[in-house]
Design a protein around this ligand. Structure first.
Ligand code: M6R
Length: 597
């Protein structure tokens, strides 16, 4: 959740760290801090957004430092609980992502030994543990300290008078950036892209010694690990707003390109079995959280239709603690970040139960890629806005490709039928672009939602999960209470809540076999005086007779319609949040990557 950066080299460390923290701010933003070695450790940290820390930051010169932007998990946001933390004598400074589960016991022990704590965080125990074990070799002290910790961590620490940074990782992302006479460590590659695109990923249990000249990785056994570097193809510019007022809008407008990129190589996947060369499984279980879970629900419809294989969908946070039946489905885990704690735990649990696992993620080298048997990468590019948009659409594309792959391999789809489905998918970037070309219509239409306290979203069949996703987007960034329902369920309870103050967003597509039923449901809600904002096909003449306003999408095959309908729903959420003056890219209480349970 939080962002970590460390720098050692020839530049002014404070400038590098502030620049990196600006790029990391989307990961956490309730406080921020920095320590520069010069040769004392000079610390500055503040509650609030990064701008507040930066505004109050005095000039600190020095070429080694660490910085942090925090999303609180243990101890409320405050100056005291902000990172970095110093040991009792101000000789060691540390930043941390993750959660230390046994911190209470460790803290009590350390306090009894004379260590004085200044915060309510779990993190602070780490710096005191390192201090306790420090016999003049910081790397060995860090190794001894992490051996006592139960929980998850990515840490970076520096010490007075030394040009080195020591880092360590367990179940939290950490990447090393390689420069010339300078090196970096960060929780996310976007932090360092302005300086270098040569990286090495740190693996679980490893520790690293970073100096301006080199990075040395050590395995859990203390042996040196050789690892070649990778080149990241994202540019720093890719991670900027590119003229849009918000990352979210930029990322929505990047969707045609993201879908196009994710379709590259689809034929190899489908025809040559580049993914799932062996399809000897009788059922599929898809596991994910949040928006990725909604993609999983859409995927169920696609897989059952195209591959005629039974599919169940489970929340990662539920699956990991479920009793587990005697079954061996293919388990598909979806996580755009590849770092969601519950999804990672579910991946481990699926393997423990003897299931084959396939991960779908957008982040190359993310933790999930090492937890699963096979990986399907979406190619959405970096997504900075907390609300998942383009990564969601590319998850849908990935699931359609996988459904066509399995359908073809199991001979449910002939060669011609497979080509036909693939060509429908290849039409998606154009269809999405035509929705984006009419974004102004959406901006005008949302006025009926802006003052609402509650909004219902209704759909049927494959667009039932689409509406769940639409509702999640609205509540996430506009703070309006929004609920998605299968339209057929309204009369089993939710209808009691409807009146003229509760607008309903409904989807009814002429080509869909549930069209007539949706029209009936829309009439039902209109009869309760609820204003209806409908999403319908370009050619539909009947929908305007039952809905107050209609937003049009291209008449694509209903199986693929979630792709275009979702874009309208994302734009609805965006413009409502904009008109309500909300913090769109950084909604309150949320973080981009949920690396805690
Ligand atoms: O990175 P993941 O796909 O695993 O993230 C899962 C959810 O935390 C995520 O989709 C969340 O619901 C988004 N903020 C929704 O926009």
């Amino acid at each position: 959740m939080c962002g970590i950066i460390g720098y050692t080299g020839q530049r002014e460390a404070s400038e590098v760290i502030l620049e990196a923290l600006r790029r990391l701010e989307y990961r956490g933003y309730d406080s921020a801090g920095i320590v520069i070695m010069n040769p004392e450790l000079t610390l500055h940290k503040r509650k609030g957004e990064l701008a507040e820390m930066q505004r109050t930051l005095p000039q600190i010169n020095g070429h080694v430092g660490i910085g942090h932007t925090r999303w609180a998990t243990c101890g409320k946001p405050s100056n005291e609980n902000a990172h970095p933390f110093l040991d009792c004598h101000g000789r060691i400074a540390l930043v941390h992502n993750g959660i230390i589960e046994n911190y209470m016991a460790l803290k009590e022990k350390l306090q009894n030994e004379g260590h004085v704590f200044t915060s309510q965080t779990d993190t602070e125990v780490i710096v005191h543990l390192i201090e306790k074990h420090d016999k003049g070799d910081l790397h060995q002290a860090v190794r001894a300290a992490v051996a006592e910790i139960k929980g998850t961590y990515a840490i970076a620490c520096i010490e007075k008078g030394s040009g080195q940074i020591i880092a360590a990782r367990k179940e939290n992302p950490l990447v090393l950036g390689l420069g010339i006479d300078e090196n970096f460590v960060a929780s996310d590659v976007t932090a360092i892209l302005s300086y270098t695109n040569r990286v090495k990923y740190v693996m679980d249990g490893e520790t690293v010694v970073i100096t301006p000249e080199k990075v040395t990785i050590y395995g859990p056994d203390g042996e040196m690990v050789e690892r070649s570097s990778q080149t990241v193809t994202w540019s720093a510019e890719d991670a900027q707003k590119g003229g849009f007022p918000h990352f979210m809008l930029k990322e929505i407008f990047e969707e045609p390109q993201a879908i196009h990129n994710s379709l590259l190589g689809a034929l190899d996947v489908i025809e040559n079995g580049e993914i799932l060369p062996n399809v000897q499984f009788g059922s599929i279980k898809i596991i994910a959280c949040g928006t990725s879970y909604h993609a999983a629900m859409v995927g169920k419809y696609a897989l059952e239709e195209l591959a005629k294989i039974p599919v169940t969908v489970e929340l990662a946070s539920e699956y990991r603690y479920s009793p587990g039946a005697k079954e061996f489905p293919l388990v598909v885990l979806i996580s755009q970040s590849g770092e969601t704690a519950d999804t990672l735990a579910a991946a481990r649990e699926a393997k423990r139960r003897g299931c084959k696992t396939l991960g779908i993620t957008n982040v190359i080298g993310s933790t999930i890629t090492r937890e699963v048997d096979e990986v399907f990468y979406t190619r959405a590019g970096p997504e900075i806005g907390v609300a998942a948009t383009k990564t969601y659409l590319t998850q849908l594309i990935a699931l359609y490709i996988i459904a066509i792959r399995i359908g073809y391999a199991r001979r449910n789809l002939s060669h011609d039928a497979m080509w036909n489905e693939l060509s429908k998918l290849r039409a998606m970037p154009g269809a999405v672009q035509s929705v984006l070309d009419k974004a102004f219509d959406v901006e005008a239409a949302v006025d009926m939602l802006v003052p609402a306290r509650d909004v219902f979203y209704i759909g049927r069949n494959i667009n039932y999960p689409t509406m769940l996703e639409g509702a999640l987007k609205l509540k996430e960034i506009s703070y309006i209470h929004a609920e998605g329902f299968a339209a057929g369920e309204l009369k089993h309870g939710p209808l009691a809540l409807l009146d003229s103050t509760t607008p309903v967003v409904a989807v009814a597509l002429t080509k869909d076999h549930t069209y007539d039923k949706m029209m009936a449901n829309i009439s039902e809600v209109a009869a309760r005086d609820s204003p209806v904002l409908a999403i319908g096909c370009e050619d539909d003449k009947e929908l305007p007779q039952v809905a107050d306003l209609v937003l049009r999408v291209p008449c694509v095959d209903p199986l693929y319609s979630p792709v275009v309908v979702t874009v309208v729903l994302q734009l609805i959420a965006y413009y409502v949040a904009l008109k309500r003056g909300c913090s769109i890219d950084k909604p309150k209480n949320l973080a981009k990557s949920v690396t805690v349970e």
